[in-house]
Design a protein around this ligand. Structure first.
Ligand code: ZN
Ligand code: ZN
Length: 350
C-alpha cells in the first residue's frame, strides 16, 4: 500500500518535508480480534507536529529512534476491509470510525470503559497509523457509522472531536443557565467543542482566539461572544462575566501563555479544563487554595463517548469544517497546519 512515513524528528519544524510517500507492506490480520480498515480519511492533528518535534519521544521512544520509521495518523475512519476469525457483527464494506487506543479490554481501566488509562497501543503514535491506505486496529475500537455519515466527514472526530467532546461533557455536568463557559482556541478542536457546548448546555459561550477566521467559525458554531486575543483578553472576558471570570474555561491551546490567561479567566470555585498542551503550568499553590479553582486534564475519550458524539453528528448538531488533501500532499497539510492556514481540520484522503 501507499503510506506517508516519518523517518526523522525535526525539533524546530524547519525541514522542507517531514514525511515520505512510500510503498510499504499492507497490514495483515495477526490476532483473531484484529480488523483491517480501508482508510476513507485520516485527520491531520497538532499532535502529529508534536510527534515530529519529538515532544512525545520521552514517553513513546525513551531510548532513541526505535519508533521510527512511523506511519502517523490517529484520527481514522473508513470501511471494514477484513476481520479476524473471532470478530462478529462486522463485515467488509461497513463504514466505521476508529477509536484511537487499542487496549487489552481486560484490565480494570478498560472494564470501566476508560481504555485510555489501560495498557495498549496507540496507532499513529507508537505503531503504524492511518496516513496510509489501510490500518490495522481491533474489533473493540470500531464504532459503526450511522447511514447519514460518511468516513471522510467524520475522521477527525476520532481524536480531535472526541477530546473536545469529553472536556465539554465534563464542563456541561456543572454549567447552569446564567453561567458562562470560555473556550480558548476555536481551531480544529475548539470549533467542535463550541458546537457540543451549544448542543448540551445553556451556558453563555465566550470564545477567545487571535484569528479572525477562527472567530468567524466560532460564531457559526454558536458562540455568544467573540474576544480577540490581542493581549487584553483576560480583561475582556472579565468584562463579560461580572468582573469575576467564567465558571468554566476550556483551553484548547495550552501553550504560548494561554494557561496563565485561562486560569486568570476562571472565577473562584470555577473549573479550568486543559486540552491543548505545549507549555508548563505555573500557579502559586496558595492561589489555588484560596480560590478553590480546579485544574482538570483531559485525555481523548471513551468508546461510549465516541458513540455519543456520532449521535450528535447524526442529528446534524455538530459538523466539522475540513480541508481535504490527497495522501500524497501530507507534507503540505502539515505545513498548512503549522502555519495556521487550516480552517477547521485538515484531512488526508488516500
Ligand atoms: Zn489528534
Ligand atoms: Zn485495559
Amino acid at each position: 500500500m501507499k503510506a506517508q512515513v516519518l523517518h526523522r524528528y525535526d525539533e524546530k519544524l524547519t525541514a522542507e518535508k517531514w514525511v515520505d510517500l512510500e510503498t510499504v507492506d499492507d497490514p495483515r490480520i495477526e490476532k483473531s480480534s484484529d480488523v483491517i480498515v480501508r482508510i476513507g480519511g485520516a485527520g491531520v492533528c497538532r499532535t502529529d507536529l508534536h510527534i515530529i518535534e519529538g515532544i512525545w519521544k520521552p514517553h513513546m521512544d525513551p531510548t532513541g529512534d526505535k519508533l521510527l520509521p512511523l506511519i502517523m495518523g490517529h484520527e481514522n475512519a473508513g470501511w471494514i476491509e477484513e476481520v479476524g476469525a473471532a470478530v462478529e457483527g462486522m463485515k467488509a464494506g461497513d463504514p466505521v470510525i476508529v477509536h484511537p487506543k487499542i487496549s487489552d479490554g481486560t484490565c480494570l481501566a478498560c472494564r470501566r470503559g476508560e481504555d485510555m488509562h489501560g495498557e495498549g497501543s496507540f496507532p499513529g503514535l507508537d505503531c503504524n497509523g492511518g496516513y496510509a491506505q489501510y490500518l490495522r486496529t481491533s474489533a473493540r475500537n470500531i464504532v459503526k457509522l450511522p447511514e447519514s455519515l460518511s468516513p471522510k466527514d467524520v475522521a477527525p472526530y476520532a481524536d480531535a472531536g472526541l477530546t473536545a467532546y469529553r472536556a465539554v461533557k465534563k464542563a456541561t455536568r456543572h454549567l447552569l443557565p446564567g453561567q458562562r463557559c470560555v473556550v480558548i482556541g476555536a481551531g480544529g478542536l475548539g470549533h467542535i467543542g463550541i458546537q457540543c457546548l451549544k448542543a448540551m448546555c445553556a451556558a453563555e459561550i465566550i470564545v477567545v482566539d487571535k484569528s479572525d477566521r477562527s472567530l468567524a467559525l466560532a460564531k457559526e458554531g454558536g458562540a455568544d461572544h467573540l474576544v480577540q486575543a490581542d493581549g487584553d483578553e483576560v480583561e475582556a472576558v472579565k468584562a463579560l462575566s461580572e468582573g469575576a471570570g467564567a465558571e468554566a474555561v476550556i483551553d484548547f491551546v495550552g501553550e504560548k501563555g494561554t494557561t496563565a490567561k485561562g486560569l486568570a479567566m476562571t472565577r473562584p470555585m470555577g473549573n479550568y479544563y486543559l486540552v491543548g498542551y505545549g507549555e508548563d503550568l505555573h500557579i502559586p499553590a496558595v492561589d489555588l487554595i484560596i480560590t478553590e479553582r480546579n485544574i482538570i486534564g483531559n485525555l481523548v475519550g471513551t468508546w461510549a463517548e465516541l458513540t455519543e458524539l456520532m449521535a450528535l453528528a447524526d442529528r446534524g448538531l455538530v459538523e466539522i469544517a475540513v480541508q481535504e488533501y490527497p495522501l500524497a500532499e501530507a507534507n503540505q497539510a502539515l505545513k498548512d497546519l503549522h502555519a495556521g492556514r487550516i480552517k477547521g481540520r485538515a484531512l488526508l484522503i488516500p
